[in-house]
Design a protein around this ligand. Structure first.
Ligand SMILES: [Zn+2]
Ligand SMILES: [Zn+2]
Length: 696
C-alpha cells in the first residue's frame, strides 16, 4: 500500500469465521497485525449473501478505517459495523463449493478465485471522491454496462481510463436510474410531461451508448441492474420490471431505426448548409428532424454545434406551435369539415338522442373535402348535417356515435359524429344512391354500440366517486375517454394507486352496480347545481342552465353525456391498468358490460393456451416458468465458465500487474473455471517470476 500512499495501519482485514488459511496469509505472510483481522460470519464474509443453488465460498475483504471520529463512535466499532467508519476496498471470493437448495455444500470440481470491485473503486477513494451509497449504486450499474459492452458489443471498456468513456458511462448509468424509476411509476415514453423526460433519458443514453460502440438497444438490459441495487428501497423496481424492460426496449428499437434515418438526414443537411456558407439549421428543418425522425431537439443542437452550426430555436418553436394547431384541428374534426367558415353557415342541429336512437330528419348541408356541396354521390366520403339528430357528437370524453342514415334510394354509413360549431357532422361514406340537400332521412344510431358506450359512461362516474371515497376528496377528473370498448379516466393524484386501493375501488363500483341504483338526469340552474354539490370539470365552460347526472346518492356531476338508466345495466366493471400520464396525473383504464365479460374470457383463454404450451395446470405456470429460468441461468453460467476457461492466461501480464502491499508483491486475478491443480501451478509460476510475493 506504500505505492498508493494509504497508511497500512488504517487497513483492516475480514475473513470468514473458520478461514484459518486466509488469516494466516494476511497475518504471517503480509504482516497485518492479528487485532486488525476480524472473523465474520455468513452474512459478511461469504459469497453470495443470499443462499442460492450454485458456486459459493468464503471471502476475505480489505477495509479502510476512516478513523474513530467518523461513524458511530462506539469503542467496539469494526468492519462488521454498518456505520461509515469502515469502507470496503477490496473483496476476494474463494469459490470452493457448490450449494444445493437444502443448503448442503459440496466441493466444487473447479474452484476459482474472484476479486470484486478491484482497484478502480480504490482509485475513486484516493481521488477524494466521497464513497457513498450513491456511488456504490452507480458503480454496479456502470459495471453492468461494461459487462454488456463485453458480451454484446465485443468491447472492453473500463472506468477511469478515458474521460469521454467515463462521461458516457455516467450518463447511461444516471439515465438508466431515471428510466427505471419513471417506468416503475407507470410512465411510458410520450412527447409531453414525464413521458417526454423518459423519452429524453432513453434517447440520450442510447446516443452515448453508440459512442461506446453499442450496436443496438441495450438500456433495457441495464435496467435490471438498477432494480438490483435500488430494489430494496423501491420494491416497484422489481414488481414492475417486466413492464419497464418492455417499454424501454420498444422505445429503444423505435428510436434506433428512426435515428439512423435522422442522422443520415442531418448529415446531408449540414453538408448542404456548409456548402452554402450558412451557419444555422432552419427551425422547420430541425422540427422535421424532431417530428418525423424522433431526433430530440437537444441532440440536433449538439450535433449542429459539433459542426460549428447553430439551430434556429425560435423557428423550431413556431413550427411546433403550427403542428399543435394542426393536430388540434384534426381532433375536433374542423379540418376535415372545412373549419369554422363552414360551421358559421350552418343552423344548429337539434339533438334528440337522449330519448331516441332512431328519428326522421332532413339533410341541412353536405360537406365534401372541407367545402359545402349540393349533393353526395355513391362511394364518396363526406359529412351530412341534419336539422335534428339522435347521433351523439363527441364531447365530454364520450366518443361520437356510429350508425346509418337512409333515405329514398340511398344509404349513408356513419363512422363518426363530431360537433361542427353548433351543428353536428355525421362523417362517413355513401354506400349507395345519391344524397341531396333537403332530402328526408331516417337517422339510426348503432344501438348496441351506443349501449356499450352508455354503460362505460355511467361506470366512469362511479369510478370517479369511488376514487374520491377511497383515495381521497382531492381526486379531480382531469380528462376521460368513454367508448364502447373501454373507458379511460385521468385524474389528479400525486402517486401511483397501490394494488389494495385499486381493488377496493373496483369492488366499490361493483357493489354500486349490484345495488342497481337509479340514474337521474335533471336540468337546473348552474349556481343551484354547484350549491347542491355537483362535481364540475375544471376548465369546462357551462351555460346558466346545466344538465346534471345523479347516480343514487353516490355521484352527482354536471354532464352532457348519455347514461345507463340504472347501474344494474352496467353489468360489472374490471379495472385493467393504472398508470401515470403526466406529473400529478394518473390514469385508470377499465372495461364494463359485455367488454368486461370478453376481457375475462380472453384472459382465461390466454391462461389456458399457456398451460397447454407449458403442459401443466394453470396454478403451476409460475413455478414452471421459474424452473425454466433457473435452467437458463445454469446454462448461462456453464457457457460463461467455458468462455473464461478458453481465454488465454497470460502469466507475464499478470506479473506485470503486481501491486505492492505492505512491501509484499501481490498478484490478484480472476481465473474461474480452472481446476485446483491448474490454479496451484499457475500461482507457483507467478511467484517464481515475482521472486517473492503472494498470488491470490
Ligand atoms: Zn460503527
Ligand atoms: Zn359524464
Amino acid at each position: 500500500m506504500d505505492v498508493l500512499q494509504i497508511p497500512t495501519d488504517r487497513l483492516w482485514i475480514t475473513v470468514y469465521t473458520d478461514d484459518d488459511q486466509a488469516e494466516a496469509i494476511w497475518n504471517k505472510h503480509i504482516g497485518v497485525p492479528i487485532e486488525r483481522i476480524v472473523r465474520l460470519g455468513r452474512g459478511e464474509n461469504w459469497w453470495p449473501e443470499e443462499r442460492w443453488e450454485g458456486p459459493c465460498g468464503p471471502c476475505t475483504e480489505i477495509h479502510l478505517d476512516n478513523g474513530p471520529e467518523v461513524g458511530c463512535g462506539r469503542p467496539d466499532c469494526s468492519p462488521a459495523c454498518d456505520c461509515s467508519r469502515f469502507v470496503e476496498l477490496w473483496n476476494v471470493v474463494f469459490q470452493m463449493y457448490t450449494e444445493a437448495v437444502d443448503g448442503t455444500l459440496s466441493e466444487l470440481p473447479a474452484p476459482g478465485v474472484d476479486t470484486g470491485m478491484g482497484f478502480e473503486r480504490l482509485a475513486m477513494i484516493l481521488q477524494g471522491k466521497q464513497y457513498s451509497t450513491e456511488t456504490d449504486e452507480m458503480w454496479q450499474i456502470i459495471q453492468r454496462t461494461i459487462q454488456i459492452a463485453r458480451t454484446d458489443w465485443g468491447r472492453e471498456l473500463s472506468y477511469g481510463q478515458d474521460p469521454e468513456t467515463d462521461v458516457a458511462l455516467r450518463v447511461i448509468c444516471d439515465h438508466a436510474r431515471g428510466a427505471a424509476m419513471l417506468t416503475a411509476d407507470g410512465v411510458a415514453p410520450t412527447n409531453e410531461g414525464a413521458g417526454y423526460v423518459l423519452r429524453r433519458f432513453l434517447r440520450r443514453a442510447y446516443r452515448f451508448g453508440l459512442e461506446l460502440g453499442a450496436d443496438g438497444p441495450f438500456m433495457h438490459k441495464v435496467l435490471p441492474a438498477v432494480a438490483d441495487v435500488m430494489g430494496q428501497a423501491y420494491p416497484e423496481l422489481h414488481t414492475r420490471q417486466e413492464f419497464s424492460v418492455g417499454v424501454v426496449k420498444a422505445e429503444e428499437e423505435q428510436f434506433a431505426s428512426t435515428l439512423a434515418q435522422g442522422m443520415e438526414r442531418i448529415g446531408g443537411m449540414i453538408e448542404v448548409l456548409q456548402a452554402k456558407g450558412s451557419t444555422e439549421i432552419p427551425g422547420d428543418e430541425a422540427f422535421r428532424l424532431y417530428d418525423t425522425f424522433g431526433l430530440p431537439r437537444e441532440m440536433t443542437v449538439e450535433i449542429a454545434s459539433e459542426h460549428g452550426l447553430t439551430v434556429d430555436m425560435e423557428g423550431f418553436e413556431a413550427a411546433m406551435a403550427r403542428q399543435r394547431e394542426r393536430s388540434r384541428a384534426a381532433v375536433t374534426g374542423l379540418s376535415i369539415h372545412g373549419g369554422s367558415t363552414v360551421a358559421t353557415q350552418l343552423q344548429p342541429t337539434e339533438f334528440a338522442g337522449y330519448d331516441e336512437t332512431v328519428i326522421r330528419a332532413n339533410v341541412q348541408a353536405i360537406v365534401v373535402e372541407g367545402e359545402l356541396a349540393e349533393s353526395l354521390s355513391e362511394g364518396t366520403e363526406g359529412a351530412l348535417v341534419l336539422d335534428r339528430t339522435p347521433f351523439y357528437a363527441e364531447r365530454g370524453g364520450q366518443v361520437g356515435d356510429q350508425g346509418v342514415i337512409t333515405g329514398e334510394g340511398f344509404r349513408f354509413e356513419v363512422t363518426d359524429t363530431q360537433p361542427l360549431g353548433e351543428a353536428v357532422a355525421h362523417t362517413g361514406r355513401l354506400l349507395e344512391g345519391t344524397v341531396n340537400i333537403g332530402d328526408a332521412v331516417t337517422a339510426s344510431v348503432d344501438s348496441d354500440r351506443r349501449d356499450a358506450t352508455r354503460r362505460h359512461h355511467t361506470a366512469t362516474h362511479l369510478l370517479h366517486a369511488a376514487l374520491r371515497q377511497i383515495v381521497g376528496g382531492h381526486v379531480k377528473q382531469a380528462g376521460s375517454l368513454v367508448g364502447p370498448e373501454r373507458l379511460r379516466f385521468d385524474f389528479s393524484h400525486h402517486q401511483a394507486i397501490d394494488r389494495d386501493a385499486l381493488v377496493q375501488v373496483e369492488e366499490q363500483v361493483n357493489r354500486w352496480i349490484l345495488e342497481d341504483l337509479p340514474v337521474d338526469v335533471q336540468f337546473m340552474d348552474l349556481d343551484e347545481a354547484r350549491e347542491s354539490g355537483a362535481v364540475a370539470l375544471f376548465d369546462e365552460k357551462y351555460g346558466q342552465t346545466v344538465r346534471t347526472v345523479r347516480v343514487g346518492g353516490e355521484s352527482f356531476e354536471l354532464c352532457g353525456g348519455i347514461h345507463a338508466c340504472r347501474t344494474g345495466e352496467i353489468g360489472s366493471l374490471r379495472v385493467l391498468a393504472e398508470s401515470s400520464v403526466a406529473a400529478g396525473t394518473r390514469r385508470i383504464e377499465a372495461v364494463a358490460g359485455l367488454a368486461a365479460v370478453r376481457h375475462s374470457r380472453d384472459a382465461d383463454e390466454r391462461l389456458q393456451a399457456l398451460s397447454r404450451e407449458l403442459n401443466c395446470p394453470g396454478e403451476e405456470i409460475a413455478e414452471r416458468i421459474e424452473a425454466q429460468r433457473q435452467r437458463i441461468r445454469e446454462l448461462e453460467r456453464e457457457v460463461e465458465q467455458a468462455r473464461q476457461m478458453s481465454a488465454a492466461i497470460n502469466v507475464p501480464d499478470l506479473v506485470a500487474g503486481a501491486v505492492e502491499v505492505a512491501g509484499v508483491k501481490l498478484v490478484a486475478s480472476t481465473i474461474a473455471g480452472a481446476d485446483r491443480e491448474a490454479l496451484k501451478s499457475l500461482a507457483d509460476e507467478i511467484v517464481e517470476r515475482l521472486g517473492s510475493g503472494v498470488a491470490v
